[in-house]
Write a new protein. Structure first.
Length: 149
């Protein structure tokens, strides 16, 4: 509707929208350490749950990264509002400033996971194939810088 208001035929607008693969690195698939990583941004519990519905099915490895810096908000209690049981069957790797907070939450959710010092270690530990990488805002920016995106 907005496209039509600006004189762009809806069909043309739809075709152009389908060509968008990533927005500011979101949903982008990048090559890193000879692996394909899909970068997914999730900023709040609803966003995390929605992101879980987008990832490839198990046994696709998943790297989760959480920070609690100014732009993220320093309160990580929201981790308890996310249903991590939806990751059952995925090899899970945890990185980020608040990796231990996330590890406690995953432990309570009865998930199998590995805490890693950084993205490189997580990628090396992950089984073969594409890796889904889900991060909150500043963690996402850190990951983008690390992978050169």
């Amino acid at each position: 509707a907005v496209a039509a208001v600006f004189g762009v035929p809806p069909q043309v607008a739809l075709e152009r929208m389908y060509q968008v693969q990533a927005v500011a690195g979101r949903y982008d698939v990048v090559q890193f350490m000879d692996r394909d990583l899909r970068l997914l941004l999730a900023k709040n519990p609803a966003g995390w749950l929605e992101t879980f519905s987008l990832i490839d099915p198990p046994p696709t490895p998943v790297i989760l990264s959480v920070n609690a810096r100014g732009a993220d908000g320093t309160d990580t209690s929201w981790l308890w509002d996310v249903d991590y049981t939806r990751l059952t069957g995925h090899p899970i790797f945890v990185v980020g400033d608040r990796k231990l907070d996330l590890a406690v939450r995953l432990e309570v959710a009865n998930q199998q996971f590995q805490v890693c010092d950084n993205l490189d270690q997580a990628v090396q530990a992950a089984p073969p194939g594409r890796i889904e990488v889900i991060a909150n805002y500043t963690a996402f920016q850190d990951l983008r810088r690390r992978v050169g995106n």
